[in-house]
Design a protein around this ligand. Structure first.
Ligand code: COA
Length: 317
């Protein structure tokens, strides 16, 4: 058995930080951020935890799908900025929404939502699940270095979710991991062991911007082309591409290289910034609720991030 997406949901914290607000924290300005990255504002947590956002997105997706929490057979979450090492966000959501199913978490950074879809596909294929909730939830503000203007203007907090049920919507997926742990890196807090002899790095996002940019453009292009070729589709057969929202210029370069016009790319980076594993499900939720998606449309999700990892999948809506 395969699956289709029954419903989507999202949740972002209330507080909005504009580029002008960021300019009071680091030496930056609205024009630079809009032109170089394409962001106008981002939402950041004040009182909300990552689990709070995940619960909000999960409840919205369940309602949208018309599915009750008790019907779920599995909850899978992804994060790089959860509240705890353990329990996972999936476990916290499970108890807070009143589900009784197993729940666990994966880490594939910004590409994780597609890794979650592919993980879920295994349960459907083996007949082990009829309904699965998947969630990408991030409180990236907790791992952002607000003295580094090269990274702190880029990221935002948020969560996105989808409810999956039996059907034939999920058509194909490509997953790739290559080296590059020095390109994009989020060290864990080093701990206070009296035996450690090295200090480690502070637990904030560290990124080589231009190398990440080049990897992003080339991985989107090759992953989408791989999917098209493998499925005997042309770019004209694709109604929408939902890319990871990291930089508007990455999306524009990929659009040009693929020959797929920008109006087929879903873009909301201007309002949310880069929300890592939440970025694709938030964009997908906005697309689904916009009424622009028609039943039977082919859509491609495409993402890249720390690992370095990239992923893309083909869905028939
Ligand atoms: N405001 C103003 N100036 C800034 C700035 C900011 N927020 N951040 C960097 N700059 C400056 C740099 O200090 C540099 O100044 P200099 O020329 O005086 O040294 C100049 O802008 C150019 O820096 P550079 O790093 O070359 O900029 P860029 O055009 O590559 O843009 C990124 C930087 C990070 C926006 C861009 O590289 C990028 O988006 N990379 C991909 C990131 C990504 O996708 N991350 C997530 C992966 S999941």
């Amino acid at each position: 058995m395969n699956f289709r997406i029954l419903g989507t949901g999202m949740c972002v914290p209330q507080k909005i930080i504009t580029n002008d607000d960021m300019a009071t924290i680091v030496d930056t300005n609205d024009e630079w951020i809009r032109q170089r990255v394409g962001i106008a504002q981002r939402h950041v947590c004040t009182t909300e935890s990552a689990a709070d956002l995940a619960v909000g997105a999960a409840q919205s997706a369940l309602e949208n799908a018309g599915v009750r929490a008790e019907e779920l057979d599995m909850i899978l979450s992804a994060t790089v900025s959860g509240d705890n090492i353990s329990p996972s966000i999936a476990c916290m959501v499970q108890s807070r929404i009143g589900a009784t199913c197993p729940a666990y978490e994966i880490n594939a950074a910004c590409a994780a939502f597609i890794f979650l879809l592919e993980t879920a596909a295994g349960y459907f294929a083996r007949g082990k699940a009829k309904k699965i909730l998947i969630i990408g939830a991030e409180r990236l503000s907790g791992i952002t270095d607000y003295s580094d203007r090269g990274t702190c203007v880029i990221f935002g907090d948020g969560a996105g979710a989808a409810v999956l049920g039996e059907g034939d919507g999920y058509r194909d997926c490509v997953l790739h991991v290559t080296g590059g742990d020095d390109v994009l890196h989020i060290p864990r807090s080093v701990g206070a062991s009296p035996f450690y002899q090295n200090e480690g790095f502070p637990p904030y996002i560290r990124m080589k911007g231009q190398e990440t940019f080049r990897y992003a453009v080339s991985s989107i292009t090759s992953d989408v082309n791989e999917l098209l070729t493998r499925n005997n589709l042309t770019k004209d057969d694709i109604a929408f591409v939902v890319p990871h929202q990291a930089n508007i210029r990455i999306i524009e370069f990929a659009s040009r290289k693929l020959g797929i016009p920008m109006d087929k790319f879903v873009v909301n980076i201007d309002r949310y910034g880069n929300t890592s594993s939440a970025s694709i499900p938030i964009a997908l939720d906005e697309l689904a609720r916009s009424g622009r998606l028609k039943q039977g449309d082919n859509i491609i999700l495409t993402a890249f991030g720390a690992g370095l990892a990239s992923a893309a999948c083909l869905i028939k809506w």
